[in-house]
Ligand binder design. Sequence first.
Ligand SMILES: Cc1ncc(COP(=O)(O)O)c(C=O)c1O
Length: 438
Amino acid sequence: VEVAYIDALRGLSGDVCPHRSVIAPNRLETGSWDYLAALFESVKADPLEGLRGQLRKMTGRRHIFFAPSGRSAIAQVLSLLPGKEVVLPALTCPVVKSAVELADKSASYVDIDRNVLNATSLNFAPAMKPGRILIPTHLFGIATDIDRIQELANNTGCITVEDAAASFPAYLHGRMLGTYGDIGIISFENSKRIPSFRGAAIIVNNENVIDVRKLAEHRLVATTQGLPIRELLSSTIYNAGTTPWIYGRITLPRKLRFYMRQSWAEPRAKRNDATPDQFYSREFHPYQAALVSRVLRRGDVIRRHMAKLAAIYQDTFRNTTIETFVSSSCDTSGLLKFPIAFPHGERREILRLALRKGLVLDTNCERPLPAASELVSFPNARWAAENLLLLPMYRELSDKAAVQIASEVIEVQQLISKQVPLTRQSDTTQTDRIEAYR
Ligand SMILES: Cc1ncc(COP(=O)(O)O)c(C=O)c1O
């Protein structure tokens, strides 16, 4: 989001905030009542064992291990696998690349399929060589054809670490994502469907590829255990700050001012994601397990709501030129976000126009993982990184709000398509571009 909005606001001055109620791009599925109730639940029984039992039931797997985060889980698993070469989709969460580096492996990339936004078996096939480790990923909760990838991996002597971090709980052919690869990873980080500040689970689907005893004990960096008090407070503030009234009047203006300041500043030195932080050093706490267990108990209600929101978006965009990425076989109840793309227009223009209408559109993975000089080999990843927009999906988003968002998206699209063909920044001044909106 930061990357896309800093770019979108570059060259603008003055107040660009609508200063009225605005629907936030995300809200947590956990609320104050959950935080309180989980405190009591976490002292009653062993919440880690309780959650392990729930996950065993959902996955049908015996070996489930908790980890500080999805990224640390991936690094931990990789470091115990013999292969040196790891094959990743060119578009995924950048922390996955850092996890590969931390595990002292070398990363290579395959392009994604433009229709499903993930690397499929067709993308992975040419990169499959004996001993390689593949990380098939289900971005935004959209399943890749992991069954076929696993079949090919078995035939070519590759090991798969299925990255289901952003797709828990989601299913393919009735089977939970994360249970197809040799090892599966699910995440409980706050931007995910079942948020518990941070944390992850490792699902061992093939005991022959990894030493489960080592996996239980091994950590890449020294870890500590503690009640996540700061995270509890910041999540409570986040929940308050994302109610539409406060979001539009306080949170969003502050964010926009920050993005604007950044857009004027010299580009910052790239943050080094490969430095282990709390995502590596804080153990998954029993309190977090109690929180996950609570939310999982209402998992069916959440999933039904997500399917409804997805259906609203799908139906509204059906006969429009807005591109969607959800096929008929997709488990829409497992979607984390609803990705769309406009047929024309640069994303920064779209974000600005949307903002003027009081619509804050989300973005993610704005930079493909390969080096800039290699990007010609990954046209789909590059296109997706530059063009995808994510519509909100969360339990507190009403059907009415989803209809409103979808209608506003269509209005923005109509405005964009009426505009003079957009020119590149080098061909026109920022002022010209801003004037064109008026
Ligand atoms: C596809 C994917 N993989 C891995 C991760 C890392 O998970 P975590 O934030 O729990 O470290 C993320 C996080 O956003 C993700 O989206």
